[in-house]
Design a protein around this ligand. Structure first.
Ligand code: PLP
Length: 480
């Protein structure tokens, strides 16, 4: 059978099978430092998440990372102000994690975790998480990432209600601007409607309510706070759908990709109360907020409540290897454990409980604990927010906000009245391009600059990010 083998720089071709010694002499087809030929091969053969050929033509080719710094193929250095994709908590280039992977790979890289088998790192990780996450969450299923974790949560919520003799409870309520992944079901939960049109029809049974977005949220109610009014939208949606049909509500404690939306303090306690009143499971999507990003191990700890289902990914391995998962409370764990015959939990992924991924996660948790990085995220986050708040005086900075080491700067055309820029102007993208020119890379949602530096960033790097944002806003929008 033919294998893929590089013939010459930048080109892969189907080739005859080669002897193993020849195969071992394989070298990367593209030179580490040859960004132009890499981009040519990239455009020809690689499909990217949110693929955009125009963006790809000028893509930066990353070749190295050290702590909070990324280096591209042209030798330029940048501060990584989003920790990769909100996930590289412990910073780039950590030898300890590479060693943990190598040790486990040499011993046992992979074995299935299907019922009837088990492995040491997966058990150790589940055991450790049971002591680390919310006290009521006691059993864990591992996945390869966040979307698989949320898929698992939706299916498990439905499973639970079927076992409980309430099979009509299937609807999942989510929020506008929530991001839960892009598989068909998680895309249907994701509340950013521009992800939908080209993949319609969506999976039925997903309903969206407004987010508790303090900067834009408006309510006609005068009897309650904005947090309670936003939470009550859940109550109304459950009543509208019929409580007997609603399985679960999914929410990120702090909405990340949707714009780092930090809810008012009274929002989640009220949400918990509403879920309890209607027998609706609360799924906390902590794919971004988990493992210290908000300055606490898990996001809902800020408001003293616990979810029924927790989903996580990203920070559990600091992005060094793919791993995500779902944690469930005792009631749900027992319904899964009790399943048999026709009520068996027929859910499975080849890579669930992957020994190497779990070994890396354990080493990552060691690092986070040993270096007290959750505490550091809290301290550094306060410094970051204080520096960002200095930008509030700029005429086009509508709001700076954050919690721990996730933050955002929201740009507006005018503050009073609050008006957004015309999206066609691409203001946010232009500011982020200016930031990159000044050595800071991150992502933007419309005109909201998203920020989540590694927990190991230095004070100077944190201050530099804030300074560069200010310079870049002035470069694009002037001072007036
Ligand atoms: N949930 C949240 C809150 C996320 O931010 C993401 C990804 O950014 C996901 C789920 C999906 O995770 P993945 O891309 O690993 O499937």
């Amino acid at each position: 059978m033919g294998i893929l083998f590089p013939l010459r720089a930048g080109r892969l071709t189907r080739h005859r099978a080669v002897p193993s010694s020849e195969a071992l002499s394989w070298r990367p087809a593209v030179n580490d430092r040859d960004s132009d030929s890499t981009r040519v091969s990239d455009l020809a053969h690689l499909i990217h998440p949110l693929h955009d050929a125009a963006a790809q033509a000028t893509a930066r080719v990353w070749v190295e990372g050290r702590a909070a710094v990324l280096i591209d193929a042209d030798g330029r250095e940048y501060i990584d102000a989003l920790s990769g994709l909100w996930n590289v908590h412990v910073g780039h280039g950590r030898r300890e994690l590479a060693d943990a992977a190598a040790r486990q790979m040499e011993r046992l890289a992979y074995t299935p975790n299907y019922a009837g088998g088990s492995n040491l790192p997966a058990v150790a990780l589940a055991d450790r998480l049971a002591r680390l996450v919310y006290p009521n969450i006691e059993a864990f299923y591992f996945t390869s990432g966040g979307a698989e974790a949320n898929e698992t949560a939706f299916k498990t919520a439905r499973f639970f209600w079927k076992v409980a003799g309430r099979p009509e409870k299937t609807t999942i309520i989510a929020r506008h601007l929530g991001y839960h992944g892009t598989t068909l079901a998680t895309m249907s939960a994701t509340g950013m409607d521009w992800y939908w049109p080209m993949f319609e029809p969506r999976v039925p049974g997903f309903v969206h309510i407004e987010s508790p977005y303090p900067f834009w949220f408006e309510t006609a109610r005068r009897d309650v706070t904005a947090g309670v009014a936003a939470a009550d939208l859940l109550d109304e949606a459950i009543e509208r759908e019929g409580p007997e049909t609603v399985a679960a509500f999914i929410a990120e404690p702090v909405q990340g990709s949707g714009g780092v939306i930090v809810p008012p303090d009274d929002y989640f306690p009220r949400v918990r109360e509403i879920c309890d009143r209607h027998d609706v499971l609360l799924i906390a999507d902590e794919v971004i907020t988990g493992f210290g990003r908000t300055g606490r191990w898990f996001g809902l700890e800020h408001w003293g409540i616990e979810p029924d289902i927790l989903t996580f990914a990203k920070g559990i391995t600091s992005g060094y290897i793919s791993l995500g998962g779902m944690g469930v409370n005792r009631r749900l764990a027992e319904s899964i454990r009790g399943g048999a015959g026709k009520t068996k939990w027929m859910h499975a992924y080849t890579y669930s409980g992957h020994p190497t991924a779990c070994a890396v996660a354990l080493a990552n948790l060691d690092l986070i604990e040993r270096e007290q990085l959750v505490e550091r995220a809290a301290v550094l986050g306060r410094r970051f927010l204080a520096a960002l708040c200095q930008l509030d005086v700029l005429p086009h900075v509508g709001e700076t906000r954050g919690l721990g080491l996730m933050a955002a700067v929201e740009l507006v055309e005018s503050k009073q009245p609050k008006n957004r820029f015309d999206p066609a102007a691409g203001t946010g993208a232009r500011v982020v391009a200016e930031m990159a020119r000044r050595g800071v890379v991150t992502r933007v949602l419309g005109d909201v600059i998203l920020l989540a530096p590694p927990f190991v960033a230095t004070d100077e790097q944190i201050d530099r990010i804030a300074g560069v944002i200010g310079e870049s806003i002035r470069a694009v929008l002037g001072r007036g």
